[in-house]
Design a protein around this ligand. Structure first.
Ligand SMILES: NC(=O)c1ccc[n+]([C@@H]2O[C@H](COP(=O)([O-])OP(=O)(O)OC[C@H]3O[C@@H](n4cnc5c(N)ncnc54)[C@H](OP(=O)(O)O)[C@@H]3O)[C@@H](O)[C@H]2O)c1
Length: 238
């Protein structure tokens, strides 16, 4: 059983918390407003979950999950995250995060930039290329014929193995997609971003929240990641 601290209790953080608890993990979840604001969520999650401060969640258990806007990474507790495996779900949206020169210039992937913001943390990228409501709708037990793959990027095999175990336990087949330098392959507007999990790509583009997703087997995901094209990040308008 993995104990995980989750920073961010929005769409992605609460969704992964639900799946983590369902898989038998102990979960501590935090947000920007303090543990007392998480009472309702923790009651819903049940006895496997507790609320904590950001600092407490950063140091809780075996794995820390970041489900916060990229603009918040710079204020996360460096010391508590140092040496830890950190699963980052973050993406760069300039309209929310401000323009970041190293990302616009393609000098760094978002995950490499996060490593600069969080020196000492062992960043692993996953769950950044799937819309939040597709995560629970596509989760399946191990061995199910319609299980979907989930791409994992990282520079540490040990950290990737830990995250692969968690990805598997919450209902996806992990796909080792390479180092952080390659993680542009699943960034927004790349060839392997959220559209790949859509049931109907055309209607997903006009109303993504109505699309419940369709299984994407790991070998197909692997192909899409391999053939992905890098987005022109400087031209991003959202
Ligand atoms: N939503 C999606 O479909 C999706 C898909 C793929 C990737 N992502 C990425 O995943 C990340 C999370 O997205 P989301 O949609 O879950 O966001 P969200 O629903 O807006 O939730 C963000 C959470 O981050 C917390 N937060 C913000 N600043 C913080 C700080 N300084 N310290 C601690 N907590 C902080 C917020 O706390 P409060 O609740 O107190 O405000 C909130 O709980 C983002 O980087 C996003 O780009 C999202």
């Amino acid at each position: 059983m993995t104990r995980m601290g989750i920073i961010g209790s929005g769409s992605i953080g609460s969704g992964l918390a639900r799946l983590g608890v369902a898989a038998g993990s102990e979960v501590m979840i935090a947000n920007s407003r303090g543990p007392e604001t998480l009472a309702e969520l923790v009651a819903e999650l049940g006895s496997g979950a507790q609320a904590g401060t950001v600092e407490e969640a950063a140091g809780f258990g075996d794995l820390t999950i970041l489900a916060v806007p990229l603009s918040a990474y710079g204020s996360l507790p460096l010391e508590a995250l140092s040496g830890r495996t950190v699963l980052s779900t973050g993406n760069y949206y300039p309209s929310r995060d401000g323009r970041i020169a190293e990302l616009d210039s393609l000098d760094l992937t978002t995950a490499e930039y996060e490593t600069k913001l969080l020196p000492g943390a062992v960043i692993v990228k996953a769950f950044n290329n799937i819309v939040a409501h597709h995560i629970p709708s596509l989760t399946r037990p191990a061995g199910a014929g319609d299980r979907s793959g989930m791409a994992i990027f990282g520079d540490s095999d040990e950290a990737k193995a830990l995250v692969a175990g968690v990805v598997g336990s919450v209902g996806f087949d992990p796909v080792d997609a390479g180092p952080l330098a390659e993680s542009w392959r699943t960034e927004p507007e790349s060839g392997a971003y959220t559209l790949i999990y859509a049931a109907d790509p055309e209607s997903f583009l006009s109303n993504f929240s109505a699309d419940m997703g369709a299984p994407l087997p790991a070998p197909r995901l692997d192909d899409l990641v391999t053939s992905s094209s890098r987005a022109a990040v400087a031209e991003r308008e959202f």
